[in-house]
Design a protein. Structure first.
Length: 373
């Protein structure tokens, strides 16, 4: 590109930190860097017009994991690791609320529920049986009983008779959250360039050369926060996972408020005002959904609509207003990757579908690491 002297001098010279990705992690990273190093020149590069991962496309669940998800995690993680994961999610949500304020993000504490279909009798029984044990395990985090049984007062059909409830779960408005973060970042003089795709990072003698699809620039340090797209920059421990979502038109009499989990968290739904948002289903076709390309598939969209009609809104007329998808970053472990991957190049990725909960904390931790080394 043909830049003027003024553009080069103001935008691309003497950059202290270049952050790749303007999602929840990248923006929180920038805020933390500016807090601890007010004179730092920070530039954020974003490949989309809006953040293209999951930050502006998620369901807005302020959650820490349903009981079946926690039991599933215990199969591949130690009890101590699971408690640490849950604690990190709780701290991340507290940090998000503290940074932006509940009003700014429209935080609501309607509670969260888990539903079980009749075919999940064995899992349902296991969750009920192990509930006291899980509550005891998480007591050090919540200092209260986390999970309890509730009647199905919402008119759901074709599910087990009781729901598992947590009063600690909430919901936010994802659009308001990201708008508030962007306002905060821009007010501090942190610059964001959109529609710029980073293609590679190279260690030079005393800086990092950053090659994009439009220009090259140099920065003292670079921080990758692209999560679901991290493998494009050589971080192979992160696999992309597409999540498909739909939302109804406004309903006359919405039958519920709250956040709801189904099938080990592979399905999730909530109210958004008087609409119902419903997402998930990647377990129907894992191979196809392991992609960093946005898009929709009939197999998942039809299943979401079928479940809405037969189980979630069986007595309510509804129309689908919009469908979309977002890209998450997952891997063999749930613990996020926060590390220096080469000299002065760092990453904060693999949020495991919990970006709302842990994105703020991961952003802070990767900034702290970059400043320490």
């Amino acid at each position: 590109m043909n830049f003027s002297f003024w553009e080069t001098d103001s935008w691309f010279s003497d950059i202290d930190f270049c952050i790749v990705g303007s999602g929840i992690t990248g923006l929180n990273c920038a805020l933390r860097l500016k807090e601890l190093q007010p004179d730092a020149k920070i530039l954020i590069l974003e490949k989309g017009m809006l953040p293209e991962g999951a930050s502006t496309k998620n369901a807005g669940f302020a959650c820490f994991g349903s009981i079946s998800e926690i039991l599933e995690d215990l199969k591949t993680h130690t009890e101590e690791e699971v408690v640490k994961l849950v604690h990190k999610r709780v701290l991340g949500l507290e940090l998000l609320r503290e940074n932006l304020g509940d009003k700014e993000i429209d935080y609501r504490t309607y509670g969260g529920y888990e539903l079980f279909v009749p075919e999940d009798e064995e899992l349902y029984s296991e969750c009920i049986q192990k509930m006291p044990e899980v509550n005891e395990m998480l007591n050090s985090v919540f200092h209260d009983e986390v999970f309890s049984m509730e009647d199905n007062k919402f008119g759901f059909r074709n599910i087990q008779p009781k729901l598992i409830y947590s009063k600690f779960e909430g919901q936010i408005d994802t659009g308001k959250m990201m708008s508030a973060l962007l306002r905060k970042v821009q007010a501090l003089g942190i610059r964001i360039l959109n529609n710029v795709m980073v293609e590679g990072l190279t260690n030079e003698e005393d800086s990092i050369k950053i090659k994009t699809n439009k220009f090259e620039l140099y920065s003292q340090k670079a921080i990758i926060t692209t999560n679901g797209f991290a493998s494009r920059l050589g971080i192979d421990e992160v696999k992309p996972a597409r999540a498909q979502v739909l939302i109804t038109k406004p309903l006359k009499n919405p039958p519920f408020e709250g956040t709801f989990h189904l099938d080990k968290g592979y399905y999730y739904f909530r109210n958004v005002g008087n609409r119902v948002l419903f997402g998930g289903g990647r377990n129907l076709d894992f191979k196809t959904e392991e992609t960093d390309q946005t898009g929709l598939t009939d197999i998942i969209q039809n299943k979401l609509k079928h479940l809405l009609k037969t189980s979630i809104l069986p007595d309510t007329e509804f129309e689908i207003e919009q469908s979309w998808s977002g890209i998450m970053g997952v891997g063999a472990q749930k613990k996020p990757i926060i590390k220096e991957i080469s000299k002065n190049v760092y990453c904060g990725v693999r949020l495991g579908g919990m970006g709302v909960a842990i994105g703020s904390l991961v952003g802070r931790e990767i900034a702290d690491l970059a400043l320490q080394s």
